[in-house]
Every structure is written in C-alpha cells, then in structure tokens.
Design a protein around this ligand. Structure first.
Ligand code: XUL
Ligand code: CO
Length: 479
C-alpha cells in the first residue's frame, strides 16, 4: 500500500452546505493502460468512501445533496413501492471504469482505490468498492460487461479464469444481501478482433470467439442470479455497404441470437434476453437501429424470446424521443428494461448523461406505469460523470440526482392519473370509434363497400380539434 494522505475538503454547494470528508489515499488515473501501482495486491484498509454515509430519504425540502428528495424506496405510489417501480441499477463500466478520457484528452479521474493497473488484484479491490457504493446508495442491482469487471488474459481460457476469480468474489459480496445483477453482457466491441463486428464479423473465427464469450457471460450472469442478459451490438453494423453482405450478416446475427436462446434453455437460465437498439456509434449504421427495426428483425427470424432494453440517449440519436421508443416497445409487448440516461440537444453523440429533465422523466414513467412496471427489468444508469466532475462524492450526487428525477417523474404520473383529464382528452378524441361502425372497423369486419355506403350517407365528416395545447397544459400542470 502506498503512502497515505488524508485530505479534508469542504464542499459548499449553492443549495446548502454539505460537509464531506474524503480520504484521498494514493491516487493514479483510473486508466486501462497506464501503470502507476504494481497491481499486485487487492488490499485496502477501511472504507472506500469514508466521508459518505448511507443515503437517506429526507424529502423535497432537504438541502443535503447526499439525500433523496423524491425517491422514498418504501413509499407506495400507484399500488407499488417506489423501489419496485424503479429497480435501479449501477452500471459498473461507467461508475467504476469510466476514466474521464475523451478523444482529445487524458483520463481525469483519480479515484483513491485505483492503482492504474488492469490486474486481477485491482479488479477485486474495485469490486469491493462497487459493493460499498451500492450499499451506501441503497441500490441493490448492478450491470456489467465481462471485461469491465475482469481483465483479459493471454488466452481465452486464462481470460475465463480471471473472470471466474472476480465472479467468485462478487458472489461472496452478494451473499447475505439482496444485491444481484439486473443484467450481464459480453463486451464484444473493444478488442481489435471485433473491428468488423462480432456475430456479424466477416471472420468465422471471430464469430466463434464471440459465441464463446457470450456463453461464458451468460453462465456467470446466471450464477450471480442475474435477471436479464443484454445484447448491445456496438459493432454489429457497417461502415460502408460497398464491402458488406448485409443479408449474410443479418442471417448470421439471427443464428447467433438463436444459439443464445438455445444455450439459455440448456443451462436453465431464466433471465430475459434483451436487445439494446442504437442507430450508430461506433459503426456508421448499427443493425438494431431502433425499437421498430429490432421488432421487424425479431419477426423475420422468429426470435420471440427477445425483448428490448431502451436507452434514452440511443432513442434521440435515432431521431426519436425516448417516449416514442418506450411506447413502440411497450405496445409490441417488448419493453423489458431501460438504460436511464439522456443526451445533449447541442451534441450529436452518445453523451450518456444522468437524466435530470423532469418533463422527460415524467414521460418515461408514463410508459413504465402503462407497462405495469419493468420487472424483471429495471432502470440501469448507463450514465457517466462529466469529464470535469472529479470528486468521489460526484459519483453519489449523480446517481442521487438521476434517481430523484425518475422518482419525481413517477409522482407526476400519479398526479396525472388522479387528475384524469389527459386520459379523458384522449378518450374523447377517439370516441367516434365507440360507435357501431367503429366497433366493426376495429373488429376487422368493415369492408370497403360498407364504408363507402357510410361515407355517402354521412356526407362531409366533421373533424374535431386535436387539443394539443390543452394536452400540453395539463401535462405541464403536474410537473
Ligand atoms: C453503449 C451502451 C452499452 C450497452 C451495454 O452505447 O449503451 O453500454 O448498454 O453494452
Ligand atoms: Co446502454
């Protein structure tokens, strides 16, 4: 263990005063490559977050940034406890592997527990920090990629052995708690072998390697009691159609996903399989562009086992609102999970920010409530601190803020439902279909001759106002 320094700092936020005592032991950038420690030990003395107590609900008047103002886990809203509506999850990759690096700049985070290596020992220490983080935050679910939590070895067998070591520790840390993975996944995009894709790679060797990786990731997700398994096809797409056999690649992807269904059954894994749509980045065009594209793909290939993990920032990248993607998934029976984040209207890429817009959160929660909740899915904070946010307490503040925003959205939906006028506006808008002929149309029993007869009989139809401004006024009134 390196030299230790205790650094006390006073964090005075504009909303009030919070006294946070942070212990800054030896620090190195949370970098994947840079070396600073020797990565030989997972020793750590005391707490990882010594200045931070368990985050509690203090209500909307609290000025304490390390408290919940809107998220009250045990409180019942619309017939369910808030924690059961939300099923919040910490994303290991952003929270514990995010370095703050961007294409123009070096890592900015120097978390005290990082020794700058990607060793198995460092992975263990990091996993312990992660469990303390979840405990203090009061979140009992987490999401991971295989390679975020354990380093690559020289061979696949060695890599699997590294993963097994970390999984054994995670299992031990989960014991006696109600913590478990919301979902696991395989990282099939970072290593150069995946430069042409994984299941859609032009190389059969890569297809096989990816299958082996997913097989193992499903096994460990199952072993940890994970409730879902995600496929995000970061490189399952193309950079140019000139060198791409799109039909062959899509057929390969479907065969790969079917093999995952078969293996899931074989090992008795009951988790839901989820596809996470995204239109592009890193590829120019990702095959799972949006919810509707993924739905068509499921239909064509008979992949009925799959549901969707909708990510809000991916939704906006595909030219839709998050609400649109959620509703498209929901009405097709596919809403399985939400990667809770948001983009920036002035930035055209996946900024993965914590959701803080109350109106957007209310629309998200409207879909969730209409869906009857998300279980066995939940809300995974696929969101990262800004590069410039470098205090340990920022990790907590970001999650507290994201959780409170969604909790506030849920409270607003309850108000909207209780008020009833928006539902009434929508009901009235379609009431002409509550007629005999409307019922015939909806039952598929109105042929064109019947409808022509009606049109002749009725003459020019009357068309009512859409009342958009009134709908917006009602929505605003609950925010
Ligand atoms: C990337 C993204 C991923 C997936 C998991 O945009 O959202 O982190 O959620 O691979
Ligand atoms: Co995501």
């Amino acid at each position: 263990m390196k030299e230790k320094r205790i650094l006390l700092f006073f964090s005075c936020l504009c909303v009030g005063i919070s006294l946070v005592i942070a212990s800054s032991q030896h620090t190195c950038p949370a970098n994947l490559e840079a070396k600073c420690g020797d990565g030989s030990t997972d020793d750590w003395e005391g707490e990882f977050f010594p200045g931070i107590k368990k985050i509690k609900y203090e209500g909307p008047t609290s000025k304490n940034p390390l408290s919940y103002k809107w998220y009250n886990a045990e409180e019942e809203i619309l017939g369910k406890k808030m924690k059961d509506w939300m099923r919040f999850s910490v994303a290991f990759w952003h929270t514990f592997r995010g370095t703050g690096a961007d294409p123009f700049g070096a890592p900015t985070k120097s978390w005290p527990w990082e020794d700058g290596t990607n060793s198995v020992a460092m992975a263990k220490r990091r996993m312990r920090a992660h469990f303390e983080f979840m405990d203090k935050l009061g979140v009992n679910r987490w999401c991971f990629h295989d390679r975020d939590i354990a380093p690559d070895g020289k061979t696949l067998a060695e890599t699997n052995a590294n993963l097994d070591e970390i999984i054994a520790l995670a299992k031990e840390l989960q014991e006696g708690t109600d913590i478990k993975p919301l979902w696991g996944t395989a990282q099939l995009f970072l290593h150069p072998r995946y430069m042409h894709g994984a299941a859609t790679s032009s190389e059969v060797g890569v297809y096989a390697y990816a299958a082996a990786q997913v097989k193992k990731a499903m096994e460990v997700t199952n072993y940890l009691g994970g409730e879902n398994y995600v496929f995000w096809g970061g490189r399952e797409g193309y950079q140019t159609l000139l060198n791409t056999d799109m039909q062959r690649e899509l057929d390969h992807l479907a065969k790969f996903l079917q093999a995952a269904v078969d293996y899931k059954k074989k090992i008795g894994f009951n988790g839901t399989l989820l596809i996470e749509p995204k239109p592009q980045e890193p590829t120019k065009h990702q095959y799972d562009w949006d919810a509707a594209t993924a739905f068509a793909f499921f239909q064509k290939y008979g992949l009925q086992e799959f549901k969707l993990n909708i990510e809000c920032n991916h939704a906006t990248l595909s030219g839709h609102s998050c609400h649109h993607e959620l509703e498209t998934a929901r009405i097709n029976g596919l809403l399985g999970n939400i990667d809770a984040n948001t983009g920036d209207p002035q930035i055209g890429w996946d900024t993965d920010q914590f959701l803080t817009d109350i109106a957007e959160a209310t629309l998200v929660m409207l879909s969730v409530v209409r869906n009857g909740g998300l279980a066995p899915g939940g809300f995974n904070f696929d969101a990262k601190l800004r590069r410039e946010s470098t205090d340990v307490e920022d990790m907590f503040i970001a999650h507290v803020s994201g959780m409170d925003t969604l909790a506030r959205g849920l409270r607003n939906v309850a108000k909207l439902i209780e008020d009833g006028s928006l539902a009434e506006l929508v009901r009235k808008r379609y009431q002409s279909f509550d007629s005999e002929i409307g019922a015939q149309i909806e039952a598929g029993k109105a042929d064109f001759e019947t409808l022509e007869k009606k049109a002749m009989e009725w003459g020019e139809p009357s068309v009512a106002s859409g009342k958009q401004e009134l709908a917006e006024m009602i929505f605003q009134s609950v925010l």
